[in-house]
Design a protein around this ligand. Structure first.
Ligand code: FAD
Length: 447
């Protein structure tokens, strides 16, 4: 068999290379460090953790990233195995000794007879005779390759910064206060969820934004361009106390059914996934610290008990508009020999990036062996993440996503119950996910 080429030996590329090799297919892993550095990586190790040393919660029954851990372990994930072997005490989280972890990933790949590691930059589209390639070059993809990916998929579908508005679980919104309505009842009339603020609430909200603690850009992120269309909400507030009321918090064309009047200001939320379980706060991209976001956004009427699938942010990043550019097996529609994995696909986080690498590796290996690659069911965390980036997410407003339970199809409540009890919901989703994953992993019996 000729090799699959994996470009980028980070979290996604290392996992992809492992999955390919363990299925008996040769793989060449191209990593540009140490020849060429990124602004964030400090070592030449594979799967270097550039910032925190945490894989976040390890609780499979109550936390979606914990569920993703469990699923990846069942798929013989190298990232999870090395993470477990180099685990540090961190309560319910999986924290790892970053050097030991990276060294273990590097050694496992270097010692595998089907893996060749080449320390070189792939500075443009891979040569045509690489007929199966996985691009896993991460948020700091080298400029030459990023440019080539942009040219292939269309400049409009490659971003160098993200501008993430917080995303809320629909079921945590208080519909005694919030209501569905599109401005001037346009298009079906009920596309947005609206949360009303009176004058006093609006003024308090502006004060909170102005005084809230913000995160700083890193030195090499300082050239972050603030596009006028997606200014952080606190930067808009700094421009004048009324700016938001004439921007994303404009109340016109919306009637609060409780007062039957226009509110002083309105926060709008727009559907974020095809399942209709997640809604994003329109225009609320922000650099407020996470704790501040929770405090300030929960002061908005209707969002007092909001549960956030992800909080807002603004970072240097490199990602493509996957729902537009990728097929269901992570192949570029414009060049199916190229798969994309990791953060470049618009997922965010070490674990999510490795998870997409795991899938890309399995798909590429199956393809090389002439086997059909069936994707994991959307009821699993792996399948839900894949479905989200390759079709479930709104392409027009696509921004990076963490795994969360809102990406999994809801479970119908038992007869006679309107919805599942809150405490039962996550364990039920996780139990179904693990059962369905086991079914997916089972070899299909021969006829
Ligand atoms: P990476 O792990 O970045 O791997 C990409 C690899 O590709 C790198 O080794 C790079 O050297 C190589 N490469 C790039 N271009 C080329 C090329 N042309 N040819 C060959 N090799 C190339 N996530 C978290 O979960 N927690 C955090 O605390 C966190 N902090 C972060 C801090 C910063 C500053 C950044 C930028 C990101 C952070 N992230 C964090 C997100 C994190 O980068 C990703 O979660 C994860 O590392 C992405 O995995 P990846 O495999 O897609 O990319």
């Amino acid at each position: 068999l000729s090799p699959v080429h994996v470009v980028g030996g980070g979290l996604a590329g290392s996992e992809a290379a492992w999955q390919i090799a363990r299925s008996g297919v040769p793989v060449v892993l191209h990593e540009m460090r140490p020849q060429r550095k990124t602004p964030a990586h400090k070592t030449e190790g594979l799967a270097e953790l550039v910032c925190s040393n945490s894989f976040r919660s390890d609780d499979a029954m109550n936390n979606a990233v914990g569920l993703l851990h469990a699923e990846m372990r069942r798929c013989d994930s190298l990232i999870m195995r090395c993470g477990d072997e180099h685990r540090l005490p961190a309560g319910g989280a999986l924290a790892v000794d970053r050097d030991g972890f990276s060294e273990a990933v590097t050694a496992n790949l270097a010692e595998h007879p089907l893996v060749e590691i080449r320390r070189e930059e792939v500075a443009g589209l891979p040569p045509e005779d690489w007929d199966s390639v996985i691009l896993a070059t991460g948020p700091l993809t080298s400029p030459a390759l990023a440019e080539a990916i942009g040219a292939l998929g269309g400049e409009d579908h490659l971003a160098f910064f993200d501008a993430i508005a917080p995303i809320v679980h629909r079921e945590s919104i208080d519909f005694d206060v919030a209501w569905f309505q599109s401005r001037y009842d346009k298009g079906g009339g009920k596309d947005y969820i609206n949360c009303p603020l009176d004058r006093e609430q609006y003024e308090a909200f502006i004060d909170a934004l102005l005084n809230g603690e913000k995160t700083e850009f890193r030195e090499w992120e300082k050239d972050t361009p603030y596009f006028e269309g997606c200014l952080p909400i606190e930067v808009m507030a700094e421009r004048g106390r009324e700016t938001l009321r004439y921007g994303p918090m404009k109340p016109v064309g919306l009637t609060d059914p409780r007062s039957e009047r226009e509110a002083h200001a309105v926060v709008q939320l727009r559907q974020d996934n095809a399942l209709g379980t997640l809604f994003n706060m329109v225009g609320f991209q922000t650099k407020l610290k996470y704790g501040e976001q929770l405090r300030i956004f929960r002061s908005i009427p209707g969002l007092e008990n909001a549960e956030f699938a992800r909080l807002g942010g603004l970072h240097r990043n490199t990602f493509i508009n996957s729902p537009k550019l990728l097929d269901g097996q992570l192949r570029m529609k414009a060049a199916p020999r190229l798969r994309v994995a990791g953060q470049v696909t618009g997922v965010e986080g070490y674990v999510e990036s490795a998870a997409v690498g795991l899938l890309a590796g399995r798909f590429a290996a199956a393809e090389r062996k002439g086997e059909g690659a069936n994707p994991p069911p959307p009821t699993t965390a792996l399948g839900a993440l894949l479905s989200h980036i390759t079709g479930g997410a709104e392409a027009e407003t696509f921004q990076p996503m963490n795994i969360n339970f809102g990406l999994l199809p809801p479970i119908a409540p038992p007869p006679g119950q309107r919805k599942l009890k809150k405490r039962d919901r996550k364990p039920a989703l996780a139990t179904r996910a693990l059962e369905d994953l086991d079914g997916w992993l089972e070899p299909v019996p021969a006829d």
